[in-house]
Design a protein around this ligand. Structure first.
Ligand code: NAD
Ligand code: GLY
Length: 360
């Protein structure tokens, strides 16, 4: 049983089930929490210099204190290092440190560290276990849960990867205190997404409690993390490999990915592009009569209230390149764009889009 003040959610996937444990100031307890998993003593901690300088020593002390012999692997900070070159670097470090089949990788950082570490775990010696210790809001509510791991290729983002579930997700909300405000807002886009796709009451909570959420009230953070991870865990348990339902997690991503691609992944953080995408896709839903005007306006207002963009930048609006970028998305089948559209707050459905006038 989790201690008081801590929350545990299970991602129910049969033999590959695992817990998401969340709490406050819990990084120092990670080592002890990993003991029941019977990993080999020799493990590796993967991080970047930014996150390591803030939380690395606490985590390292906790792991060493629990008897683990830890190889420390740092890669530079940034999306541009989530690639096969740095995957190869990590493999080399793992081999030099003589990690074995029973060893474990610990990913300490945001989605970049989680995705590349998970991919290394999926492929090193045909697969070893790993633990996610997400430190950004986006990673805590989204990328650390669900087993999508991978790296970017020069020709496309997240194009090389594997489904590989972690053994444990260890979330410490205290880490969010050092997160830049813009990164926090980007994570909130994914939180708002859960409200729109699955839970109207949660959407209303985000409307009413915006001020304490933005002030990082621990009670509010625990609630939004719990509800977000519960929804993600439920969807992943029903459709681990995205053959159907899991696609609802891509609400806002069809337009969002196209905006990211056309702005060279520089102008917007992923969550900011998703925020624009959610607003534009809500507009299509309204134009089709799926979403009433009041709910459409509430979505825009909520997104804006968390300091996120709601519109496609003027220089991209209506451009054929934007449509082409959407058609290149790996989730598109043939020349049809299938997007997730809200049919009221709390529900979504898959629809085909062929009229792109909403992008103007
Ligand atoms: P990120 O990992 O680049 O982290 C953002 C920045 O915050 C980095 O500079 C990082 O060093 C810093 N940082 C991290 N934790 C911090 C903390 N506590 N305090 C201060 N600074 C901190 O970005 P992200 O938004 O976490 O993740 C984006 C990545 O996640 C993308 O590569 C995206 O493709 C991937 N992603 C994966 C999934 C999935 O299901 N696997 C889902 C969504 C996104
Ligand atoms: N972030 C979308 C998914 O995990 O499916």
């Amino acid at each position: 049983m989790p201690d008081a003040g801590k929350i545990e959610i299970t991602v129910a996937l049969g033999q590959r089930s695992y817990p998401i444990r969340m709490g406050s100031s819990t990084l120092s307890e990670l080592g002890t929490a990993m003991l029941p998993f019977n990993f080999e003593k020799r493990i590796a901690l993967v991080s970047n210099p930014t996150v390591y300088s803030l939380y690395g020593q606490t985590v390292l002390d906790s792991l060493s204190g629990a008897g683990f012999d830890v190889a420390l692997i740092k890669i530079p900070d940034g999306e541009e290092y989530k690639n096969l070159l740095w995957t190869e670097f990590i493999y080399g470090e793992l081999l030099r440190a003589r990690l074995e089949r029973g060893s474990c990788l610990v990913a300490l950082g945001g989605g970049v560290i989680g995705d590349i570490t998970g991919f290394c775990a999926a492929t090193y010696m045909r697969g070893i276990r790993f633990v996610q210790v997400p430190t950004t809001l986006l990673a805590q509510v989204d990328s650390s849960v669900g087993g999508k791991t991978g790296v970017n290729h020069a020709l496309g983002k997240n194009m090389i990867g594997a489904f590989w579930q972690p053994s444990l997700v260890w979330i410490d909300i205290t880490a969010l205190k050092t997160l830049p405000a813009r990164e926090f807002a980007a994570g909130m886009a994914e939180v708002i997404k859960y409200g729109v796709i699955r839970d109207r009451a949660f959407f209303e909570y985000l409307e009413k409690e915006a001020a304490p959420v933005k002030n990082l009230s621990p009670e509010h953070l625990m609630h939004i993390l719990k509800r977000s991870c519960e929804i993600k865990a439920e969807v992943v348990a029903l459709d681990e490999r995205e053959s159907g339902l899991r696609a609802i997690l891509n609400y806002g991503h069809t337009v969002g990915h196209a905006v990211e691609t056309l702005t060279g992944y520089k102008k917007y953080l992923h969550g900011e592009a998703v925020a624009i995408g959610m607003c534009m896709e809500a507009r299509v839903a309204r134009e089709r009569g799926l979403l009433d005007a009041a709910d459409h306006e509430r979505i825009i207002k909520l997104v804006a209230s968390y300091d996120l963009p709601t519109e496609i930048p003027g220089d991209l609006a209506g451009k054929q390149e934007l449509i082409n970028a959407m058609l290149l998305d790996k989730k598109v089948k043939g020349s049809e764009i299938r997007a997730v559209l809200p049919s009221g707050i709390g529900n979504v459905r898959m629809e085909t889009i062929s009229d792109f006038s909403f992008l103007t």
